[in-house]
Design a protein around this ligand. Structure first.
Ligand code: NAD
Ligand SMILES: O=C(O)C(=O)C[C@@H](O)[C@H](O)[C@H](O)COP(=O)(O)O
Ligand code: ZN
Length: 371
């Protein structure tokens, strides 16, 4: 991809939803008005209303986008959200509904979520629920947001009982990934997104793992020589999966690799852990579970620790938390009644579901990630 070129990745429409594009490039914000129009925007002539939802850390960016849209004739408001997971609450959603109600937001108006995955999850959830569904556009500004959260239509909030337990499947009308946004991303947040990239490598595209292993230091920075390819390959993995299973009735579950334990860790840490850090530990756990269940070869299981550690992601969690983590995993969205279900690998890029593993095997796998 050259400096000014834009990569367009298609996400197919399914289950009554429209197809959309994920744009990857630089200086992409000029694409917003066109996307708003294609999003079934306001009546001809009228520019209508646009709500730019952004985190506190991106107040300048949010206001700049609002000003630009106002200059183009939109009635544009900016709504500041808390940073990170503090945005993914019912209270913040209710605040957004109040603002939209007071602004007279109608079904031809558009919500724009500008921020990381926590912001786009909340913005998408507000779009899914306001007036039973208005259109929205995602402008992810983190690695994790670009390669995963903004694509695929999963939106939602956390509750005291668990991660993402309230939400809706509500695909965006388009996704703008401006790689320039990554220049200001703190390194720990940047590295957190690498967990989802490495996940895509293990479940579907092993070339991603080769790229990370060839330059782990470079993988940790926006200036890395493989940055654009790592991001685009990961988006393509997600786009291909969600194009065939929007509502996770089957194959989409593979994108949840490492997440059963990850979400339990995030809840146990009161959502203070970065999602990617929890997913990293969750993937090592899932690899050990696959190995102990006789499904995964040693080389691929061992490769998990090597690749994740090479970019600075954690491999272990507190060893004294198993009972609480197990309880939380029971309300994981992949569970069916009392049946625990895990995504494991039958080999590299061969994800599958392991149903009802022996509790002793689960405990032994946890022992392998216990600090
Ligand atoms: N819906 C999905 O399919 C999906 C997929 C993966 C993850 N997620 C969710 O995404 C969330 C994690 O997203 P994340 O890793 O992007 O974290 P995040 O949204 O919490 O952002 C991390 C921090 O960086 C700040 N920030 C964002 N962009 C920045 C930038 N360009 N420069 C400087 N600071 C910036 C944010 O304000 C925040 O403080 C989790 O809640 C996870 O559950 C959702
Ligand atoms: O898009 C999906 O499907 C995923 O599982 C992607 C995950 O990386 C993401 O964290 C997702 O939010 C987890 O889904 P959940 O249904 O377990 O909340
Ligand atoms: Zn995830």
């Amino acid at each position: 991809m050259t400096e000014q070129s834009v990569t367009r990745i298609q996400v197919g429409g399914t289950e009554g939803t429209a197809p959309y594009e994920v744009l990857v490039g630089r200086q992409l914000l000029g694409e917003l008005p066109g996307l708003i129009g294609r999003a079934g925007g306001p009546p001809a002539g009228g520019r209508g209303r646009v709500a730019v939802l952004h985190p506190e850390a991106l107040a300048g960016t949010g206001e700049a986008i609002r000003e630009d849209l106002a200059a183009q004739g939109y009635e544009a408001i900016a709504v500041q959200l808390p940073n990170a997971e503090e945005a993914k609450t019912a209270e913040v959603a209710a605040y957004c509904w109040k603002v939209l109600g007071q602004t007279g937001f109608t079904r031809t108006d558009v919500i724009i979520g500008v921020g990381g995955g926590a912001t786009t999850d909340l913005a998408g959830f507000v779009a899914a629920t306001w007036l039973r569904g208005v259109r929205w556009i995602a402008v992810p500004t983190t690695v994790l947001g670009m390669v995963d959260a903004a694509v695929g239509g999963k939106t939602g909030i956390n509750t005291a009982e668990g991660k993402n337990l309230v939400g809706a499947f509500h695909p965006p009308a388009g996704v703008l990934c401006d790689l320039a946004a990554l220049d200001s991303l703190p390194v720990n947040d940047y590295v957190s997104g690498l967990a989802e990239i490495i996940k895509a490598g293990f479940i579907a595209d092993p070339a991603i793992l080769d790229l990370v292993e060839s330059d782990p230091e470079g993988a940790r920075t926006p200036a890395g020589r493989h940055t654009a390819e790592l991001i685009e390959r990961s988006i393509r993995v997600k786009a291909e999966v969600v194009s065939g299973d929007l509502k996770e009735s089957g194959r989409r579950e593979i994108l949840n690799y490492g997440h059963t334990l990850a979400h339990a860790i995030e809840k146990n840490e009161r959502y203070k852990w970065r999602h990617g850090a929890a997913v990293s530990v969750g993937m090592v756990f899932a690899a050990e579970l696959g190995r102990l269940a006789g499904r995964l070869d040693d080389a691929t299981a061992d490769r998990h620790r090597a690749v994740l550690e090479s970019v600075g992601l954690p491999l272990t969690y507190r060893g004294d938390q198993w009972p609480r983590l197990l309880e939380t995993m029971k309300v994981d969205k992949k569970s069916r009644g009392n049946l625990l279900r895990f995504i494991v690998l039958d080999g590299l890029a061969k994800p599958t579901v392991l149903e009802g593993p022996d509790p002793a095997v689960l405990l032994a796998a946890y022992g392998e990630v216990s600090a």
